[in-house]
Design a binder for this molecule. Structure first.
Ligand SMILES: C[S@@+](CC[C@H](N)C(=O)[O-])C[C@H]1O[C@@H](n2cnc3c(N)ncnc32)[C@H](O)[C@@H]1O
Length: 277
């Protein structure tokens, strides 16, 4: 899930093309820039979320894709819906890739890439019909992100997010230790749905991202980029450490993917009566 993106929000203006050694965030961006996506997911999953949200057939939608990366989900949303999309991320290099892909796909007029921290999004209150965030809300935290983004949605607006989720009540100790260390907010779907309900949303759909969304769409292309990445950086310790962390995360998923993964949550914003006083 590339949790390490989360730890460097103070360094996002980094210049990737000067000659000094890259810092950790720059290395991370360099490793992920050429990927089809920067986290687990897939077009069919985004389409299923669209269907659950009942967005098809509606005109002139205003939707944000938060933490869009190079825009895998943004492009699906733009293709499928009558929409104006604001695609936000704090890595300008990802947004530049999205801009080029949108132009190639003839979708530029539907997509505005905006460099923005997801903790301070540039939207007016009640401006959006929907917020999508695939593999990204963890950077703020699930509850904090839901609470912070609720105001940007129109009444009845849709929140559609994928989030690290336990698929069972009990897990192997090694796995529990890993994710409690990396992302202590990891929890079961029942607990995540309760968070949504508590923060003024009515869940309208939940599904589990299929394994191929992790393995074929994300991890295998990532693995294929390791050798060139290490060569580009002369096998520097920081680059090697980054690859080692990714290798360990992939092994964990391959071993324990029945116990955890991404849950995709689709929920509708309810009125003020649903929010604690
Ligand atoms: C795991 S990637 C997912 C990207 C994309 N949604 C996808 O599924 O391919 C998380 C994204 O969140 C972005 N990100 C992390 N922290 C952020 C922050 N504080 N503000 C804005 N974007 C952030 C990263 O740059 C990265 O593109």
């Amino acid at each position: 899930m590339s949790a390490r993106f989360a730890r460097h929000d103070d360094r996002h203006r980094a210049n990737l093309i000067d000659n000094r050694p890259m810092d950790e965030l720059e290395l991370l961006v360099d490793l992920h820039l050429d990927g089809p996506r920067q986290g687990p997911g897939g077009a069919a999953a985004t389409q299923l979320a669209i269907d659950l949200a009942d967005l098809r057939g509606r005109r002139n939608l205003a939707i944000a894709d938060v933490g869009c990366g190079t825009g895998a989900a943004t492009l699906v949303l733009a293709r499928e819906l009558d929409v104006h999309l604001t695609a936000t991320d704090f890595v300008p290099a990802f947004l530049a890739r999205l801009e080029r892909a949108a132009a190639r796909a003839g979708l530029s007029d539907r997509i505005t890439p905006v460099a923005a921290d997801m903790a301070a999004l540039p939207f007016a209150d009640a401006a959006l019909d929907a917020i999508f965030a695939e593999g990204a809300i963890y950077n703020l935290g699930f509850a904090a992100g839901i609470a912070a983004w609720r105001r940007y949605l129109k009444p009845g607006g849709i929140l559609a997010v994928s989030e690290l989720t336990w698929f069972s009540a009990r897990r192997p100790a090694e796995l529990e230790r890993h994710w409690q260390r990396e992302y202590p907010e990891v929890d079961t779907a029942a607990a995540k749905l309760a968070v949504l309900e508590d923060l003024g949303f009515g869940p309208i759909g939940y599904f589990v991202l299929p394994r191929h969304c992790w393995l074929d769409n994300y991890y295998r292309p990532l693995q294929a980029r390791f050798p060139a990445f290490l060569d580009r950086h002369g096998h520097a310790p920081a680059a090697a450490a980054l690859v080692a962390a990714e290798v360990a995360e992939i092994a964990l998923y391959e071993r324990y993917g029945d116990y955890f993964g991404y849950g995709y949550y689709v929920a509708r914003k309810l009125d003020e009566a649903s929010v604690p006083p």
